[in-house]
Design a binder for this molecule. Structure first.
Ligand code: BG6
Length: 521
């Protein structure tokens, strides 16, 4: 690690208002036998416990259909923790203590008596707060949300809160938030039958990533960048979320979702809104989300003919990733042999507001690409064609700022410098800020932060209803334009590259080019 100036420590400032106190509560996970519980939720809760961030007292109840005892669920979760924990060897002594908080409640989601047993279990915990302060994590299919919410209400465990109420109840849900605007509206109506919007916490795990949270700090805690953050200085913005993995075992889900719904509707549009929004009036959750909604609202909707020229889709075919042969999407398990689902999307959006008018925002995401990386690259306008630029036949590389969201989290500025020597040679050079070098390795899982925020009732990092609806407004016309069109020959790309040629052309028509994320050595 680099040496720090003592002044750095003095100048570090903790935003006190941003941390509320976590009150004693019970977390009930519906779908406790599922993948998410084992891979993400229990490891995240364990780490929060180990770092003394969970409230005391606190209980975690797994609710699922299969018959099992508290003890066998605990054992299963310990095995999962050993596999998925971010620390290689979770401390057994800490696990022993944590396991005492875990309880299992068997039941079908549509069975009234199961909710009665849940209610009795909460009463048996003894402390009244463990029955009135409740976080319901719906790790179920969205088609089951309505019945779970209705039954919780009937069992007197969930209701629309009023300010005079003793406790609180919150519902946490995962994407997909519907499959289009109409279904999202319906889903939202079902969720808000027995809970206010303020009680609903929609997770987009990208918002829990350290570097995504840093976008706001980078923009609004520094004066040098924000001056440049507009159409006068920015030529184009590129947001890339590439993955070298294919769909693996998730073919069934992916056949319904495709890259547009799986990634663009949520993660990419969320990152875009943080990068491009106006400064919020405060750090309050509503103020931040108001600005994100305003931004999403000003993204120009595409007509069906505009989709053809502004959005590229494609699907991976057999190829080579990391030197190993990689199957075509159509050969993956649970994928139809003639599937037309896209595994790659590149799009050009325009934001029709004062700050960004005329600046293209290029978004790109895909599976089975050369390597996995998520980054935002802000390309600045070139210098005027005089002096060095004139000498370089306008080949002088324009400046850029790259926010590396993962891996190798950090920020890089690209500027031009003189190559040492007697000749006058120019070359792009980089200035790096790396999280690792500056702060040491600290990689809490996004779920740790998000679960803690939900327990504390801070909704800043969760998606509000109008954000979801606006994102569908942007994505729906694209889906509609593609709906009945089978993929054409050019809409395929070999696994292991950077996608189809059309994605390059999307930029080159305006004299732009993708800057691919660099591979971490
Ligand atoms: C999920 C998508 O939301 O995000 C997956 O469903 C994708 O398809 C994943 O692989 C990417 O997340 P991350 O954190 O690995 O970039």
């Amino acid at each position: 690690m680099e040496q720090h100036d003592h002044l750095d420590e003095l100048l570090s400032c903790r935003i006190a208002s941003a941390r509320k106190k976590a009150e004693p509560c019970t977390i009930v996970i519906f779908g406790a036998s599922g993948d998410l519980t084992a891979r993400k939720l229990i490891p995240a809760l364990f780490h929060l416990f180990a770092e003394k961030q969970l409230p005391a007292p606190c209980r975690i109840v797994g609710f699922a259909r299969r018959e099992k005892s508290h003890e066998s669920w605990r054992n299963e979760m310990f095995e999962a923790l050993k596999l998925f924990s971010r620390t290689k060897n979770p401390e057994p002594a800490i696990w022993e203590e944590f396991a005492k908080l875990l309880f299992y409640c068997r039941g079908d989601f549509n069975d009234v008596t199961a909710y009665k047993s849940l209610e009795e279990m909460l009463t048996s915990f003894g402390d009244a707060r463990l029955k009135t302060h409740l976080l319901f994590y719906l790790s179920t299919s969205p088609s089951q949300f309505a019945e779970v919410v209705d039954h919780l209400h009937a069992a007197n465990l969930l209701h629309k809160q009023s300010p005079v109420d003793e406790g609180w109840q919150r519902i946490v849900v995962e994407k997909p938030f519907g499959h289009d605007l109409a279904s999202a509206l319906q889903l939202n109506a079902e969720l808000t039958r027995h809970a206010h919007e303020k009680q609903i916490f929609r997770i987009d795990h990208y918002l829990g990533k350290e570097t995504v949270q840093n976008i706001m700090v980078f923009r609004f805690a520094n004066s040098i960048f924000e001056q440049l953050w507009n159409r006068r200085y920015v030529d184009n913005v590129q947001i890339t979320v590439s993955e070298k993995q294919g769909v693996g075992t998730r073919g069934g889900y992916y056949e319904e979702a495709g890259a547009l719904r799986d990634m663009v509707q949520n993660h990419l549009l969320q990152v875009l809104s943080l990068v491009a929004m106006e400064p919020p009036v405060s750090l309050n959750g509503e103020a931040v989300r108001d600005e994100k909604v305003k931004l999403l609202n000003s993204i120009r909707e595409l007509s069906p003919t505009q989709v053809a020229t502004n959005v590229v889709r494609a699907q991976y075919t057999q190829g080579t990733v990391d030197g190993k042969s990689f199957p075509a999407y159509r050969q993956e398990p649970k994928v139809k042999p003639g599937s037309n689902v896209e595994t790659f999307v590149a799009a050009r959006f325009f934001i029709d507001n004062w700050r960004w008018s005329g600046v293209p925002f290029y978004l790109r995401t895909g599976k089975a690409l050369e390597h996995s990386a998520s980054e935002v690259r802000v390309q600045f306008r070139p210098t005027p064609p005089v002096l060095f630029a004139a000498q370089c036949n306008n080949n002088l590389d324009p400046n850029s700022i790259t926010l590396r969201l993962q891996p190798n989290e950090g920020i890089t500025m690209r500027i031009n410098g003189k190559v040492p020597g007697t000749s006058l040679e120019l070359r792009p050079v980089r200035m790096h800020f790396s999280y690792d070098t500056e702060f040491g390795a600290y990689t809490p899982e996004a779920y740790e932060r998000l679960l803690l925020e939900a327990i504390e009732g801070d909704s800043t990092l969760f998606i509000r209803r109008d954000e979801v609806e606006n994102a569908w407004r942007i994505v729906d016309p694209i889906r509609t334009a593609w709906a009945d069109e089978p993929l054409s020959e050019t809409e395929f790309y070999p696994a292991g590259g950077w996608g189809p040629i059309a994605a390059e052309q999307l930029l080159s028509v305006r004299g732009h080019a993708w800057r691919n994320p660099q591979k971490v050595k």
